[in-house]
Design a protein around this ligand. Structure first.
Ligand SMILES: [Zn+2]
Length: 135
């Protein structure tokens, strides 16, 4: 690892550690917000505004847990020395991308390809569901 890369990684490590700390606080707060109120069984609130709000909070909570998982994954890769390289094509992930998204796993090109493939798959499934294509 070059000097430049190693100082870049220590900046990113700091970013990732801050992010992990923030996410942990948010996850704790979210966990508190969505815990079932023992005074009011869940069935009674299911169709209410409270129920909708709770669904949103659960979705946000799950998204934060998933992000924290990616942050920990990035910290692990940093420790193991294989951080910053795309597992798909082996290229170095652009510095700009890592600064914006320090827990990015793939380079921009591979991530875009993956998203396109995922979007194409969703479209295909919709077409199959609509009877426009054979599954
Ligand atoms: Zn790649």
């Amino acid at each position: 690892m070059t000097m430049r890369a190693s100082s870049r990684y220590s900046v990113l490590k700091g970013k990732l550690e801050n992010l992990a700390g923030e996410l942990k606080l948010q996850i704790d707060a979210a966990r508190f917000a969505i815990q079932i109120d023992p005074e009011r069984p869940a069935e009674q609130t299911e169709e209410s505004v409270d129920g909708v709000q709770r669904d949103i909070e659960i979705t946000l909570f799950e998204a934060k847990v998933a992000t924290l998982d990616r942050v920990y994954g990035a910290l692990r890769r940093l420790e193991q020395g294989n951080y910053g390289n795309c597992p798909n094509c082996g290229d170095e992930i652009a510095e700009k991308r890592l600064m914006a998204l320090p827990f990015a796993v793939r380079c921009k090109d591979c991530e875009e390809q993956r998203e396109e493939a995922a979007a194409a798959e969703i479209t295909r499934r919709r077409r199959v569901a609509a009877g426009l294509e054979v599954g």
